[in-house]
Design a protein around this ligand. Structure first.
Ligand code: ADP
Ligand code: MG
Length: 697
């Protein structure tokens, strides 16, 4: 392990480097900025920039970039070299304070959802000093937020930082009421478990669908899939092992605490979990992790698929967002405490989460909505599309006894009075048994399991931070100045449980009966992206976001437009790719194959009348019929794609892409997949599912 400690964070301009390289006063001022989230003074910035440059150049860096997260879902960077001419054809290596704290990338081709038309075309990036600068491929990367000149957020980091501030503010108010005067900052923490597939580069290169869309658009089921469940936690293949070793090292150098790794349920599927960190850093690190996974896979002649559903009929990939709230004094606010007082505080924070998740089910659902994730949610492998909370039986019983005013433990005569009595302890292990729950309490944190593997974690955490900030605000308002704090607290918790217990569900989320029950409880079941996206514009949601200064009304509208646009674009690209594959490869292949069969049959017949040509004859008939049907489906899909041109309004267009284009794609796929099972393997133009899924030896 000495190796790990040697390389860990070696490419990060982190705390120890800062301490070592910055003048004491500069270090102190920078720490203050980091802690308060305020903008850096330009004189301090100049000193920091210079130290950063010297450090980066010593490490071999030649360029720097503001590293940011536009609404494309991937990170963006524009490299500038440190080189600066100083006359006589000479150069010096320079990096100014201004270049550190602010940049001006050409923003015009990033999605803005119309913000660009309304406001300034240009955008600027601003350093987020709470996330350390790092070196990647000889480039000094400075994590930044990306905004328009009029201040609208054009990225995923800005709202996340705003939501961190919102929950900090409200949680501090609540903590003060409990007498925690030593706490000066509250941060949420996140540990995202990342799933992915690895396949061989050679087979990948033969699949246009994987290249253009990240998932297979055609493909008959292989004889062996995941039925035997022999891959799950199974021994890791040497090539994958070598990849994981390299990946871990690359991540450690970047200060990312990659910790556990194992095989997942599907063949070729794996998972990586880091040690949790402050949410905005975890979000940056997860983006970097996804990037590194793809890069390192390339070095091993493999391709890392991050799509939520690369293969039909095989488990897709998700991302479990482990989320908690902690203080700068080291308290985990979602950890049941040791004393009655700590327990009361825990219950209040727990209630804030319960109430928030119930009232803003729609926002949580939207935060994980994408064309890719639509293949998972509700498809019997990932959580259902209905948002509910799993608390485990012990905690649920405690809440029930508070609500009903009954003793929790039959042996105890006393009623459980919050703030006065000790809450019974519940064993941590029993809290994490239910894998079907979208939102599970796991002892000292919540695990939000609906995220798709390719999604940035920021969206989900903006919602979590904000909704819990809102509930904490309401709680603080109610408790502040209450004549008897304990009674007010007890009543508040009791009422919250009574009003929001419908969101708690400890049963099997895959069970059909749950969907019926959920409907009875009035819970939302938004099964697709077009179904859920419009909810963001509902008044309660706009109010939430604007009250807490997460988004302005314009920003909400803009993000809504970007999400709609993205959904439509993805489906459109998939449809066009399918058409290309069907018209150029699949239909001609089947036609040619039936021609060969016909020739074979004719040759046989010319040899002798008695030779049996039933295989050739029946197959020619069957395949010809199927190919004709496929041709009709191709034409139908072409028409469906053209039909989209007539629709302007965003939500109508999303719906059209789902109901018409996606539906036509599914119909075409069924026919083509059947033809694949009937056509000679040597003729089929693409590597089969079997070859793809078992391509790594
Ligand atoms: P499991 O593997 O059973 O889901 P683990 O305890 O291994 O559970 O944790 C999974 C993830 O949860 C890890 O990424 C871990 O860092 C993260 N995690 C643990 N504690 C916290 C916390 N307080 N806040 C956020 N994430 C956490
Ligand atoms: Mg987990």
């Amino acid at each position: 392990m000495s190796k790990v400690s040697e390389i860990f964070g070696e490419n990060v301009f982190g705390d120890s480097v800062m301490k070592e390289r910055l003048p004491k006063e500069t270090y102190r001022q920078l720490q203050r900025t980091i802690k308060n989230g305020r903008r850096l003074d330009s004189a301090v910035a100049a000193v920091v920039a210079n130290a950063m440059k010297d450090w980066a150049i010593e490490k071999g860096a030649t360029h720097f970039t503001h590293w940011f997260q536009p609404l494309t879902g991937v990170t963006a960077e524009k490299h500038d070299s440190f080189i600066s001419p100083c006359g006589d054809g000479k150069i010096i290596m320079e990096f100014s304070g201004k270049e550190l704290i602010q940049g001006e990338p050409d923003a015009s081709s990033f999605p803005s959802g119309g913000l660009r038309a309304t406001f300034e075309a240009r955008g600027y990036t601003a350093w987020d000093p709470s996330s350390y600068a790092f070196i990647k491929d000889n480039v000094l990367c400075i994590p930044t937020a990306f905004c328009s000149y009029s201040g609208e957020a054009l990225d995923r980091k800005t709202p996340l930082l705003r939501s961190m501030e919102a929950i900090n503010k409200q949680a501090l108010r609540v903590l003060k009421l409990f007498g925690n005067d030593d706490v000066t900052a509250v941060r949420t923490t996140v540990g995202p478990e990342q799933e992915y597939f690895l396949i061989d580069k050679d087979v990948y290169d033969q699949r246009k669908d994987l290249i253009y869309t990240g998932r297979t658009l055609f493909g008959a089921k292989p004889p062996k899939g995941q039925e035997l469940e022999d891959h799950y936690f199974g021994s890791i293949k040497p090539r994958v092992q070598a990849f994981m070793k390299d990946l871990n090292e690359e991540l450690w150098k970047l200060g990312i605490l990659a910790k556990t790794e194992h095989n997942e349920v599907a063949p070729a599927q794996h998972e990586l979990a880091p040690v949790f960190s402050t949410t905005n850093i975890a979000a940056d690190h997860n983006q970097l992790t996804m990037e590194m996974m793809q890069k390192v896979a390339g070095k091993h002649h493999m391709v890392c698929l991050l799509h939520e559903k690369p293969f039909a009929g095989v488990n897709g990939s998700g991302k479990h967002n482990n989320w908690s709230i902690s203080t700068d004094t080291g308290m985990n606010l979602l950890e049941p405490g040791e004393t009655p007082y700590e327990n009361a505080q825990f219950l209040l924070f727990l209630c804030a989460v319960i109430k928030g998740v119930d009232e803003y089910q729609d926002l949580l659902r939207i935060s994980v909505a994408s064309a890719g994730n639509d293949h998972r949610l509700g498809a019997n492998e990932a959580p259902p599309a209905v948002v509910s909370i799993y608390l485990g039986s012990e905690l649920t019983e405690i809440l029930e006894s508070i609500e009903n005013g009954t003793a929790y433990d039959a042996k105890e005569k006393d009623l459980l009075k919050i703030g006065v009595h000790m809450m019974p302890r519940f064993p941590k292990d029993t809290t994490d048994r239910n894998r079907t729950s979208p939102f599970a309490f796991t002892g000292n944190k919540f695990e939000f399991r609906m995220l798709g593997s390719a999604q940035a974690v920021s969206c989900a955490n903006v919602v979590l931070n904000t909704v819990v900030a809102e509930e904490l605000k309401q709680f603080a308002d109610a408790l502040d100045g209450a004549p008897d704090f304990d009674t007010a607290l007890h009543d508040l918790i009791k009422k919250t449980i009574a009003d929001h217990k419908r969101i708690i569900f400890n049963g099997n989320g895959y069970d059909e009966a749950w969907l019926v029950e959920a409907k009875k409880r009035g819970l939302l079941n938004l099964t697709s992206t077009p179904d859920c996206l419009p909810y963001v514009l509902h008044e309660k949601n706009v109010k939430l976001y604007t009250d807490h200064k997460i988004y302005t009304k314009t920003e909400i509208q803009a993000r809504y437009e970007v999400s709609c646009e993205n959904y439509c674009k993805v489906i459109r690209i998939e449809a066009l790719t399918m058409l290309d594959m069907a018209k150029k490869d699949i239909l001609p292949t089947v036609s040619k194959f039936t021609g060969e069969l016909t020739e074979a049959a004719l040759a046989k017949a010319s040899l002798s009348d008695s030779l049996d040509c039933s295989y050739e004859k029946e197959l020619v008939e069957k395949l010809s019929r199927l190919n004709a049907t496929a041709y009709q489906k191709v034409k139908a899909l072409e028409e469906a794609v053209l039909g989209a041109d007539d629709i302007v309004e965003s939500s109508a267009l999303c719906r059209y892409y789902k109901d018409s284009v996606f539906a036509a794609m599914s119909e075409l796929r069924i026919v083509v997949d059947e033809m694949e099972t009937l056509t000679a393997a040597s003729s089929w133009p693409y590597p089969s599912y079997g070859k793809l899924l078992f391509s790594i030896k």
